[in-house]
Write a protein that binds this ligand. Structure first.
Ligand code: UD1
Ligand code: UDP
Length: 386
């Protein structure tokens, strides 16, 4: 039997991290059956948004980098589609692996489905039911261009069924007869794998940031709905500053470049005010091991990130989500995520709810057994084997 060839499409920070789970599983268990190629669209390009992950997580380095960079949606996605199509036609992979819901995911789905290459979507079926989010359109289009769909949660699997995907389909699977799986989440594989290493490698970080274990809050903000609307960004950050001062608890905030750009260009005095507070630590984007360490040692997490709210669960931390809705609805139902939008009253309410000592929260296993990557690769092999 000859090896199958899979082409990974990555571009944005969370995808690079996600692909490390699959890369590691190929390296450790499937290297005699699978050849892996990686295409980086170049959507994220700053060292701390891209290279740092390849170096730290020992990920298969990109075989192709399109260097697309930042642009409006149409221009950026079009450049990616063009570049991905070229590589597909040259490399003729047996399948294209897509992660998540970014423009890089969308571009991969369109390029591959139009050229009749099977699309394998990891993190399929997630829905916010808010089509003003670019990610929601990317998810729907990617799912409906896919042949194999790996849903991380029960809710995601059900969403696919509600959109007409049929669990009873039988092989051979195609874009018109796709196969859906409830697989678990490869990011849980990663958190389990890297948690201890992060603790060992990053233990000096708390001192360098003047933080104490379990006595700080980790906050990230990067969603366009928050960064591109100065009113929302100001409401969120002023509330964070007030909470930090009133409750005398440090907030550490690794800012995405998008957030920093918005602050510098439209909210410079707020940025200055934040920097003046002895409880606010604004830092550049951090590596995944550093982020894991901060999550693990924080008291609470405040975020608008999809990945970070889930990691809050993996590390058993309550989480305030700066959005109206979430794709990870099991966390809200579980009471360990509260949706606070960009509303100061809701943020305060959620913060206070989690800040009280003695709050009893449970963190059940919603995201598989930590071996989701192996499951996905076994299934791909059984269906694509030549
Ligand atoms: C993208 C994804 C989002 C994901 C996020 C992960 C889309 C539509 N959005 O959002 O779903 O949650 O990545 O982080 O795909 N920039 C830099 N340096 C970089 C990258 C970006 O300065 O290396 C700045 C640029 O000003 C750019 C802005 O960030 O215009 C936005 O970048 P972009 O990739 O378009 O979207 P993200 O907000 O990162
Ligand atoms: N992350 C990181 N450094 C940071 C911020 C986030 O390594 O400074 C990681 C985080 O641990 C998670 C992923 O990036 O694994 C989430 O990416 P992001 O929040 O950018 O996007 P989203 O998940 O919302 O698409």
């Amino acid at each position: 039997m000859s090896k199958i060839k899979l082409l990974n499409i990555v571009g944005a920070r969370p995808q690079i991290i996600k692909s490390s789970a699959i890369s590691r599983a190929i390296r450790t268990g499937f290297s005699d059956q699978i050849t892996e190629l990686t295409l980086h669209t170049g959507q994220h390009y700053d060292k701390e948004m891209s290279d740092v992950f390849f170096d730290e997580l020992e990920i298969h380095k990109p075989d192709f980098n399109l260097g697309v960079g930042s642009a409006r949606h149409g221009r950026q996605t079009a450049a990616m589609i063009t570049g991905i199509e070229e590589v597909l036609l040259k490399e003729k992979p047996d399948g294209l692996l897509l992660y998540g819901d970014t423009n890089s995911t969308l571009a991969g789905a369109i390029a591959a489905s139009k050229q009749h290459f099977p699309v394998i979507h990891i993190e399929a079926g997630l829905r916010s039911f808010n089509k003003t989010m670019p990610e929601e359109l990317n998810r729907i289009i990617s799912d409906h261009s896919s042949t194999l769909l790996f849903a991380p949660t029960n809710a995601a699997f059900k969403n696919l069924m509600l959109e007409g995907f049929r669990p009873e389909n039988s092989p051979p699977y195609t874009i018109d007869n796709p196969k859906i799986y409830l697989s678990g989440d490869i990011m849980y594989d990663n958190s389990l794998f890297f948690a201890e290493l992060a603790e060992r490698k990053k233990s000096e970080l708390l001192d360098s940031l003047a933080l104490e274990r379990d006595k700080f809050i980790l906050a990230t903000i990067h969603r366009d709905m928050n960064t591109d609307d100065p009113n929302r960004l100001e409401a969120i950050l002023s509330t964070i500053r007030n909470l930090a001062e009133e409750y005398k608890i440090p907030f550490v905030m690794p800012f995405h470049p998008r957030t920093m750009n918005s602050l510098k260009s439209g909210l410079a005095s707020l940025l200055e005010n934040l920097r003046k507070s002895k409880y606010i630590r604004i830092i550049p984007p951090v590596s995944y091991l550093t982020m894991t360490f901060l999550e693990k040692n924080s008291f609470m997490i405040v975020t608008d990130s999809g990945g970070v709210q889930k990691e809050s669960h993996f590390f058993r931390k309550p989480c305030v989500v700066l959005r109206k809705e979430t794709e990870w609805i099991e966390l809200v139902a579980n009471g360990t995520v509260m949706l606070a939008d960009a509303n100061p009253d809701l943020i305060l309410h959620a913060f206070k709810g989690y800040f009280q000592p003695g709050t009893n929260l449970e963190y059940p296993g919603f995201y598989g057994d930590g071996r989701t990557s192996e499951f996905i690769l076994r299934e791909i092999l059984s269906l694509l084997e030549r």
